[in-house]
Design a protein around this ligand. Structure first.
Ligand code: PGA
Length: 251
């Protein structure tokens, strides 16, 4: 049985003051749930968030990191720095990092290894663009992202990784993949994991869906057999909508 994992990707939003407000509202509003809840605020809010989340059920993640330990990487951040401010998770290979910052599958694979070596759980994002979907190459694209992204990752390590399937055309657009469209790709991803690592590992890996998840579409998406959670962008910036999605996450 896989418990649902709901993660909020705040992207480049909120000052420390605004972060304190949202975290306080989330803590207040969070009711009993079996779901794992993760928030990924911007780097500047992580330390404050960590302090505020002590003793709460909400866990902390970051939105990105570099694969090197330290050095001349102006503007970047390392895995150990994220650990030092209480992060347990890190989003890697988000489509915005791939598209805007030109991150390759090979670079993302290096980050996956670094995160694992520092005991950070990678949330590895994969997903096709609209053009790729229209060309009917969704599965080829996702397969390549996964095969390269997970290169040299052992079965034991793979069990602890979270994969997020985020069709690029559904991110921030209000267009959600239908539950059936999402389930089809999730099932495909699980079959790839099974081919590479065996059925037992595949049954343990969490595969989240991301792309315009909202309280009113969350239940149907999350009730699909292979959808184990959600990576939420826009709707995680307000406490009531993020809490609404968490409520929809039943095992
Ligand atoms: P969205 O973003 O929920 O605003 O579509 C999801 C994401 O980018 O992770």
């Amino acid at each position: 049985m896989r418990n649902k994992v709901i993660a909020g990707n705040w992207k480049m939003n909120y000052s420390i003051e605004e972060s304190v407000k949202l975290i306080s509202e989330l803590k207040q509003g969070l009711t009993e749930t079996d779901a794992k809840v993760i928030i990924c605020p911007p780097f500047t809010s992580l330390e404050t968030a960590n302090a505020l989340l002590k003793g709460s059920k909400i866990e902390l993640g970051a939105q990105n990191m570099h694969n090197e330990t330290s050095g001349a990487f102006t503007g970047d951040i390392s895995a150990s720095m994220l650990k030092s401010v209480g992060c347990k998770y890190v989003i890697l290979g988000h489509s915005e990092r791939r598209a805007i910052f030109g991150e390759s599958n090979e670079f993302i694979n290096k980050k996956v290894h670094k995160a694992l070596s520092e005991n950070l759980v990678p949330i590895l994002c994969v997903g096709e663009s609209l053009e790729e979907r229209e060309k009917n190459i969704t599965k080829d694209v996702v397969k390549n992202q996964l095969v390269v992204g997970l290169d040299s990752v052992s079965a034991e390590q793979a069990e602890g990784i979270i994969i997020a399937y985020e069709p690029v055309w559904a991110i921030g657009t209000g267009k959600t993949a239908s539950p059936a469209q999402a389930q089809e790709v999730h099932e495909f991803i699980r079959s790839l994991i099974s081919e590479k690592y065996g059925q037992e590992t595949a049954e343990k890996v969490i595969i989240q869906y991301g792309g315009s998840v909202k309280p009113d579409n969350a239940s149907e998406l999350l009730s699909q057999k292979d959808i184990d959670g959600a990576l939420v962008g826009g709707a995680c910036l307000k406490a009531d909508s993020f809490l609404g999605i968490i409520k929809a996450a039943k095992n």
